[in-house]
Write a protein that binds this ligand. Structure first.
Ligand SMILES: C[S@@+](CC[C@H](N)C(=O)[O-])C[C@H]1O[C@@H](n2cnc3c(N)ncnc32)[C@H](O)[C@@H]1O
Length: 356
């Protein structure tokens, strides 16, 4: 082995990077488990219980991003680099912590004259009065000499700041490198007037996160459809919908010209082969029984059709349960495109699959 190789190996061994990782509340341990499976070892400490972790990963930042892009995690919702780690107690009492951070940031050439998204979060015990949006404004004001344009949508770079009881962490990243370009991966949608259910947010988020073009579908089957949040979303995207549920659909959907309601248990319905190019199922039911039921309806979906199913994590070992459910679907000629706990999923994940 030549000297260059040895130096390279030593650098690889030494390569480490620090991050703040976020999962849905209660799922941080699973996000950590996933990272362990990808990177071998993970050092972590808790910033927000069950939700936000300070992570040290045994790889350089660009390797971390490359691996998370090629193996997208299910539970890790958001990741931000930690480039600056300011110990609050070491900052002069007369200096505002944001001034200390600003001094460092103004040295960063890549922050000048771009479109920039400033995202600030804090822990409940952070000793600062302002809320997160006020802190963002204060930082933006201080960074005025960057002559960058502040934006939420499609920024060139994201500046992420995380304020805890004793530290101020910050990092700069490309939006696509954070797993989500929303602050902490918290995807917010405006509640619409007359919106039938919050469940609709799950499909809206799946549309964005998985990049699914719902306007390309002709005919959708919604299994476990009541009260009709998902059905209303599918109708809005312009498809004909068959909604199956013994329970009542919301009155606002009555007499919709593109909707057929079947008030039955899904195991009892008879459908024609290849009738649908989309099947969605959101039953909040036993995952194994849901999988069986969906598989029994698959003849009604054309080859190449899309299937979206929420899988409830009622089990103590969600990773093992998900593996088993995915295996069941894969045996039934469904190819999993993505498995992910969306921000709007509670104790569940969303599977995005294609029938082949
Ligand atoms: C969480 S709700 C669905 C919410 C819906 N996605 C929305 O956006 O409004 C679950 C529904 O599944 C239905 N369901 C449960 N088991 C079913 C079955 N075997 N066949 C059909 N529907 C079922 C329930 O009646 C219930 O209305």
């Amino acid at each position: 082995m030549n000297e260059e190789n040895i130096v390279q190996q030593e650098q690889d061994i030494q390569a480490e990077s620090r991050w703040i990782g976020t999962a849905n509340h209660g799922f941080a341990a699973y996000a950590q488990e996933e990272l362990k499976r990808i990177f071998g070892s993970v050092k972590s400490s808790v910033l927000i219980h069950g939700e936000v972790l300070l992570l040290t990963l045994p790889a350089a930042p660009e390797d971390v991003i490359a691996r998370l892009t090629s193996e997208p995690p299910m539970f890790l919702r958001h990741i931000q680099p930690v480039r600056y780690d300011l110990v609050l107690e070491q900052i002069e009492p007369e200096q505002h912590p944001l001034d200390a951070l600003t001094e460092l940031l103004l040295k960063r050439e890549e922050l000048y004259g771009i479109s920039l998204s400033v995202q600030v979060r804090k822990t409940g015990d952070a000793n600062v009065e302002e809320n997160m949006s006020e802190l963002r404004h204060l930082l933006e004001e201080r960074l005025a000499s960057l002559h960058s344009e502040y934006t939420v949508q499609n920024p060139d770079l994201i500046l992420s700041v995380f304020w805890t009881a004793d530290r101020l962490y910050a990092g700069i990243s490309l939006p696509q490198d954070n797993l989500s370009d929303w602050n902490g991966g918290a995807v917010r949608f405006q509640r619409e007037e007359g919106q039938i259910s919050r469940a609709k947010f799950k499909l809206l988020e799946a549309e964005k996160v998985f990049g699914i073009d719902f306007t390309s579908f002709r005919s959708g089957l919604d299994v476990g459809a009541a009260p009709g949040g998902w059905t209303s979303f599918l109708l809005e995207r312009g498809m004909k919908v068959t909604a199956v549920d013994p329970a009542k659909m919301h009155p606002s959907l009555q007499n919709h010209p593109n909707l057929k309601v079947v008030r039955r248990n899904a195991s009892e319905v008879k459908l024609s082969a290849g009738e649908f190019d989309l099947l969605v199922c959101d039953m909040s039911w036993s995952p194994k029984l849901t999988a069986r039921l969906v598989i029994d309806l698959l003849d009604a979906v054309v080859p190449g059709g899309t299937v979206i199913v929420t899988v409830k994590l009622m089990h103590k070992k969600p990773l093992a349960l998900i593996k088993e459910v995915i295996h069941t679907f894969e045996e039934a000629r469904l190819q999993v495109q993505r498995a992910k706990q969306l921000f709007h999923n509670r104790d569940e994940i969303t599977l995005y699959m294609v029938k082949y």
